[in-house]
Design a protein around this ligand. Structure first.
Ligand code: 13P
Length: 251
């Protein structure tokens, strides 16, 4: 059956010493505890190797926040999936709305990224979600279906089984405006059905679907109590152990 996962997305925050201190703090806080979910932190590229070396990787998985859509070569400034995997990281976030919107990453680019991540044994945390206008127009179900179909439905069932989906309504990211637990459940169930239609019920039932968007210690319990909400992708509240730990303990 699918895993529960709480993943932090630090975004472009923390210098290396600050990030290392945060990761070590979380590592310390989890000592002697057995969380009932997988814990992942999505850190800047510059921090990956140091953090992977500093934490107990059996308790904290390390994720990149992006990877290149090319394997290797003359792509100045890009970081490949193989490079990420060589640091000890085992996940990478792909298709975050900030990448789609600010860096114009389209479905085709994201498809390549997912393929390269999988080829390098990184578990993609693939982000989908609608903007406010789309929700208000009642288009959100279509939007997420298209995002999943366009970048993921080329995968074999076996490969699909290795990825994690994060539903992040763009209007809830960094706004303090969370989707209600009912709204999250409704669309997560819809996404699972879309997966079931393509890959069958077992693959769908085994896929972890995380919620992201202003998730915090106060609202996490209600969200993860929903049947199809298998955890969270946490931005702001992942930047301190005090705020992140209660979310890890929300199950
Ligand atoms: P916030 O938790 O800061 O709203 O960010 C959510 C997010 O974008 C995680 O990827």
């Amino acid at each position: 059956m699918r895993k529960n996962i709480i993943a932090g997305n630090w975004k472009m925050n923390t210098t290396l010493p600050e990030g290392l201190a945060l990761a070590k703090g979380l590592n310390e806080a989890l000592k002697g505890k057995t969380p009932t979910c997988d814990v992942v932190i999505g850190v800047p590229f510059t921090h990956l190797a140091s953090i992977a070396a500093a934490v107990d990787l059996t308790k904290i998985g390390v994720a990149a926040q992006n990877c290149a859509d090319k394997e290797k070569g003359a792509f100045t400034g890009e970081i490949s999936a193989a490079m990420i995997a060589s640091t000890g990281a085992t996940y990478t976030i792909i298709g975050h709305s900030e990448r789609r919107i600010y860096y114009h990453e389209n479905a085709e680019i994201l498809k390549n990224k997912v393929n390269l991540a999988l080829a390098n044994e990184l578990a993609p945390i693939f982000c989908i979600g609608e903007i406010l206008e789309e929700r208000e127009a009642g288009e959100h179900f279509n939007v997420v279906d298209k995002q999943v179909e366009a970048s993921l439905f080329n995968l074999s069932a076996e490969d699909f089984g290795k990825l994690i989906i994060a539903y992040e309504p763009v209007w809830a990211i960094g706004t303090g405006k969370t989707a209600t637990a009912e709204q999250a459940q409704e669309i997560h169930a819809h996404i699972r059905q879309t997966i079931a239609n393509k890959y069958g019920q077992t693959v769908a039932d085994n896929c972890s679907i995380l919620y992201g968007g202003s998730m915090n210690a106060e609202n996490a319990k209600d969200l993860v109590a929903k049947q199809d909400v298998d955890g969270g992708l946490i931005g702001g509240a992942s930047l301190s152990v005090e705020k992140f730990l209660p979310i890890v303990e929300a199950f």
